[in-house]
Design a protein around this ligand. Structure first.
Ligand code: CA
Ligand code: CA
Length: 296
């Protein structure tokens, strides 16, 4: 088993099948991605002038990493082993983005200490997560601003260490990239950003052949989570729920009515974010309630 380093000296802002890989890994290898923050480190001090930030480099993703043997139709299993953040983070709140009425842009930096983000004395326990993680789509490049079936700017607060993400392999080598690490984020990410921080993520990568997985699919020690993204919350909420419905029928061997009833009782349909070009929802269903033949 190898351990590959993907540093942050090269980054991209499009998931692109034609992007040159920066490193190569084999199935079973560990990979550590060093990631810049979503503002590419440009919020240099507290109350920084937003106009000075070059937003062309927003959401820089480190990679792509070529995974040997990954072919279109396979699934890439990404076990998130650790997320280590710097001792500081930043946020912005701006007019015209997010869901709130904000008069003028404000960029802030905050310290991270004792396992908390220190928001002017309000200590928020960290729950470090990956905002942007995905593989290259088969077709046109996808901006790192946008979530989709390839992954991308998912901003799901459950993208934590200890959980496992399953991504589609659309092109040879999968071309995995990630960035946009968050110290902590609430459902919705309503002001436009989370506690943005640079850091490093270590994952174990496994190429799965011939597996039926409703990608992008997230599994925690307690829950299965299906995901969907669309410009309309009405659309992606139904898509996320129906992905889990199909998962329960296929892997829980339930008929459509029974799967629907169980989901209505124990499935939580949640908003992941409402601030990206496509909004995101997840449907989560508890493990252990019924036998599921999905092999992690
Ligand atoms: Ca994001
Ligand atoms: Ca972010």
């Amino acid at each position: 088993m190898g351990h590959v380093l993907v540093d942050d000296s090269v980054f991209h802002v499009f998931f692109d099948k034609d992007a040159a890989p920066v490193a190569r890994a084999c199935s079973g290898d560990l990979a550590t991605f060093v990631c810049r923050d979503c503002y590419d480190g440009e919020i240099a001090h507290d109350y920084f002038d937003f106009k000075k930030i070059n937003m062309k480099n927003n959401n820089p993703a480190s990679g792509p990493l070529y995974v040997e043997g990954a072919e279109p139709g396979d699934v890439l299993k990404v076990e998130i082993l650790s997320i280590d953040l710097a001792d500081h983070g930043c946020m912005s709140a701006r007019p015209g983005v997010g869901v709130y009425e904000i008069d003028a842009p404000v960029c802030r930096t905050f310290s991270i200490h004792d396992g908390c983000g220190d928001i002017d004395g309000v200590l928020i326990p960290l729950k470090p997560m990956i905002g942007v993680i995905g593989t290259a789509p088969a077709g046109e490049p996808e901006s790192t601003q946008t979530p989709g079936e390839h992954g991308g700017n998912l901003d799901i607060r459950n993208m934590n260490a200890g959980n496992t993400l399953y991504l589609p392999v659309n092109v040879p080598g999968a071309l995995l990239s990630m960035g946009d690490l968050h110290g902590v984020q609430g459902d919705g990410e309503t002001v436009i950003c989370a506690l943005e921080a640079p850091g490093r993520v270590t994952v174990r990568l496994t190429v799965l052949k011939g597996r039926s997985v409703p990608t992008p699919f997230l599994v925690s020690p307690t829950h299965y989570m299906t995901t969907a993204a669309d410009a309309s919350l009405d659309v992606c909420s139904v898509q996320a729920a129906r992905k889990m419905h199909r998962f329960l029928m296929e892997h829980g061997h339930l008929d459509a009515a029974k799967a629907g009833m169980l989901l209505s009782l124990q499935g939580n349909l949640r908003i992941s974010q409402v601030v990206n070009p496509k909004k995101g929802c997840i449907m989560e269903f508890p493990k252990g309630l019924i036998p599921i033949d999905f092999e992690e």
